[in-house]
Design a protein around this ligand. Sequence first.
Ligand code: FNR
Length: 402
Amino acid sequence: GFQKRYSNIDELAADAKPLLTAQAHGYYSSGSDNEWTLRENSEALSRYRLLPRMCIDVSVVDTSTVLLGQKLSAPILFAPMAQQRLCHPLGELAMARAAAAAGLPYVLSTMATSSIQEVAEAVQLPDHSSSSSSTSSSSQGAAPSRLSPASAAAGTDPCLWFQVYVMKRRDVTEWMVREVHRLGFKALVVTVDAPRLGHREVDDRNKFSLPPHLSLKNLEALTKAAGGTGDVQSSGSKFGKHFSDLFDQAVCWDTIAWLKSIAPLPLLIKGVLAPDDARRAVELGVDGIILSNHGGRQLNYAPAAVDMLPACAAAVQGRVPLLVDGGISRGTDVLKCLALGASAVLVGRPLLWALTLGGQKGVEEAIGMLKSELELSMALLGTCRLPPNPISNPAGVVAYGG
Ligand code: FNR
């Protein structure tokens, strides 16, 4: 198990690297331009301090929380990340099953290498052998089945969210939203920080493209379903080209209002950093905000999202939950974000390294390590419960610095 080999999930990156092609590793690990924001994400977190409180009964520590009415085993979500089959044959299916087993939400990217349907089936059907015809395309042969017992053990329902890039063809976007609702996804995340792709110099140097056996399944299915030719399946197509060809570079606030008006699910907006943008999003009726600089992959010299938390929390005034991501790999990182006003955090790259090293089981172990760090840190901080549950630490969770 990972626990024997690794002391923390930061250590996974180095061992995963040699298992990946240079192209895949470059795509996963890189940020944009000179990667200042990518480095800043972890440095910003390290500048905050946690002020522990003493003489509090911490014999029972509970890391669970409730987010948008859903019970989570910890305030941690799986960040939407494209093309997960580049690190493991089961890609998104293995990742989503690990999330369900851990009792945490999995956010599926529009740019996934598995279809919405495949992921829904991998996670939600207790035993899909009785309805196997519908997943016959699930490529690598391994049957994604029997997940329910694991998620039941976590005391939660399997929970899938879907990350949307608004397409130029609004009918395709609308179809996609209806489809994920039909398949049982619980929330939508619209990513607004990528009107175009940031300049990932490493990908340019590596001439990054998907290997021929993989494709962007959702774009393929979606354009077909909406009457298109589905030609985005063409293997080796450039990732950036899909962005400019299919996705709308003109997404504005009225687009978000439109999406909210057609969304049958809670809608979160991802990629906001400015407090005024957060306020605006709340006024339009979004159900949650994810503060993020896209893992340092979009505008370089954007601040770390964690540094924007206090001002955004003040702007939002508790009307909707604030989530945050970027560089989170420690239990104390999670606590710092909560202390600064977040309801939950998203974890990105460390999960890709875990998936590379150990598939579904590896991801479950990595999450297990992060959760036990969180639990221990809560005990040492003097906090037995997390918001919105009653907090037994009279001072709440306290962080300062930055
Ligand atoms: C991402 N991210 C991302 N975000 C999104 O909304 N849609 C997407 O398809 C992707 N794809 C993607 C691919 C890869 C390889 C990475 C590393 C990231 C951004 C992601 O959701 C998240 O914001 C950051 O990754 C969080 O930072 P850490 O945890 O990776 O430091």
